[in-house]
Design a protein around this ligand. Structure first.
Ligand code: HEC
Length: 203
């Protein structure tokens, strides 16, 4: 026969076990959901960068940098908008120093991601291995998921983001016309140019 006290202890133990099992299950479910979102965001971001890179490269080959400005100016936001709508996310590009003063300026979490990428590059981490993700609870109690991948300067980027000697007078004139407050110059290959950033609300 169990005394009252023993029965009580046994029940408490059982509850404690069930409780921790539930917690573990809850944790792994959240973990799995996070991993899903990270994987999906990675795929979306990489496919946007790939599409943009291909369009930029073929426009440069066709008509040089002056022609290719249209790809960055018109097609980059178009691709980002289409991919965002298809996947119910908000996808765009930001810069460490922005050319586009509306789309290209990082907000707080994006600036945090850029700072991490910069530190990673300085340590010698590979850009392809770097990514940022977090889930935040907003003031109204809703949750938001954030994801970012670094965008690093390549040799072909200097035609529009390099030093004054690397940017032709025609390109310079067109850029000044479109972006009077352009800050996205004087970058060199290997440097962090910006990030592809994605956010989505979690139901
Ligand atoms: C033909 C000129 C041109 C070339 C080449 C070019 N860019 Fe850009 N880039 C632009 C323009 C124009 C914008 C502004 C686009 C907009 O209005 O959203 C821009 C914007 C960006 C942005 C968004 C942040 C910002 O500053 O507004 C990133 C990131 C970026 N470029 C990275 C790159 C990288 C990396 C390369 C090389 C792979 C590259 N660019 C090559 C013209 C160019």
């Amino acid at each position: 026969m169990l005394t009252n006290k023993q029965t009580h202890q046994k029940i408490t133990m059982k509850h404690a076990l069930t409780f921790s099992a539930l917690c573990l299950w809850g944790l792994s479910a959240v973990q799995a959901q996070d991993n899903d979102m990270i994987g999906q965001s990675r795929t979306i971001s990489q496919s946007m960068l790939k599409e943009l890179g291909q369009k930029l490269q073929s426009a440069m080959a066709d008509g040089g940098a002056v022609n290719a400005i249209g790809v960055c100016n018109m097609q980059a936001p178009e691709i980002a908008g289409r991919v965002s709508a298809q996947n119910q996310v908000k996808l765009s590009r930001v810069g460490t120093r922005a050319r586009n003063p509306v789309m290209g300026v990082p907000n707080d979490w994006q600036a945090k991601a850029l700072a991490q990428f910069d530190a990673g590059l300085a340590r010698g981490d590979k850009p392809a291995d770097m990514e940022f993700s977090e889930t935040v609870v907003k003031s109204d109690g809703s949750k938001e998921f954030h994801f970012a991948k670094p965008i690093v300067m390549q040799p072909m980027c200097v035609a529009c983001h390099g030093s004054p000697e690397q940017i032709s007078p025609e390109v310079k004139a067109k850029l000044t016309d479109l972006y009077p407050n352009d800050k996205a110059v004087n970058y060199q290959p290997g440097q962090l140019r910006g990030a592809v950033v994605l956010s989505r609300s979690i139901p």
